[in-house]
Design a protein around this ligand. Structure first.
Ligand code: 6PG
Length: 261
């Protein structure tokens, strides 16, 4: 059973902020560091202002991205720019804690390898992040991992399996085509993964991911393989779910409100 909350976007943002804070306190207490990966899109625009108000020791939090577009950091399409504007700037996160994904590099493959080294330097080998936040595309993509995408390229020396932590994407169906993305293993290997979807355009991907055990959608893989995943849906994104899933989601959300007996 996937821990699912169904509520309006503002309430979901508060649930997310509370979860982020709890996970952060736990990581800082046990490992003195909190490593996170954040996306772009509507999750960023909706939730980042709430996350900026969480009271955590920002100088001990390391920010990576789940994915980035192949544009410069000041470009309106940049996930980095969005996060700086809505969260990292307002919260006063030190520059040294912000690991921008260089998806605008002309040599995407080597830039992905460099980012993977940075991820391993801080997240270990294999890189384990504390907290991964993901949105969901209408087609069921997460980060910049799209359905039916070619497997990550094997490296030249076939004898060494390419354990890619970061993939270069040159044919993304969601513009721009050039992107960089954390690999599925890194997303699902995180200690905590939160997936958030708003709006009716996500309803069919969410239904397939939750109701179809054979679903090959990237969001389905994340929900199935992550050890501790929290799924946040507004009512429109949950509209096609079977009564049971909806009921559990709503009942759990309501239960959170009921006065303790
Ligand atoms: C990006 C995001 C991407 C996003 C999905 C959903 O670079 O666009 O990181 O993974 O989360 O495309 O985007 P929306 O929530 O805006 O539909």
């Amino acid at each position: 059973v996937i821990d699912t909350r169904i509520a309006g976007a503002a309430e979901l943002s508060e649930v997310l902020a509370a979860d982020f804070e709890a996970e952060g306190r736990q990581a800082l207490a046990s490992r003195q560091r909190f490593t996170v990966a954040i996306p772009g899109g509507s999750v960023a625009t909706t939730c980042f202002p709430h996350l900026a108000r969480v009271s955590l020791e920002w100088s001990r939090i390391e920010f990576f991205w789940t994915d980035e577009r192949g544009v410069p950091p000041e470009d309106p399409d940049s996930n980095y720019r969005l996060a700086r504007t809505l969260w990292l700037g307002p919260a006063g996160v030190p520059d040294s804690n912000i690991h921008r994904m260089p998806a605008d590099s002309p040599n995407l493959e080597s830039a992905a390898r460099e980012y993977s080294k940075e991820l391993r330097r801080i997240g270990g080998e294999p890189p384990v992040l504390d907290f991964v936040l993901l949105g969901v595309g209408e087609d069921g993509h997460v980060a910049s991992l799209f359905p039916d995408a070619r497997p990550a390229s094997m490296n030249q020396h076939a004898d060494v399996p390419a354990v890619t932590a970061v993939t270069a994407v040159t044919d993304a169906p969601k513009p721009p085509p050039r992107r960089m993305s954390l690999a599925l293993t890194v997303l699902t290997g995180a200690r905590r993964c939160v997936v958030a979807a708003f709006g009716s355009s996500k309803a069919s991907a969410i239904k397939d991911a939750l109701n179809n055990p054979e679903s090959a959608l990237p969001v389905a893989s994340v929900l199935r393989r992550s050890a501790r995943v929290l799924l946040l849906l507004d009512p429109d994104a949950a509209a096609q779910l079977s009564g049971k899933a909806r009921l559990t989601g709503e009942a759990r959300a309501l239960a959170g409100k009921l006065p303790r007996r």
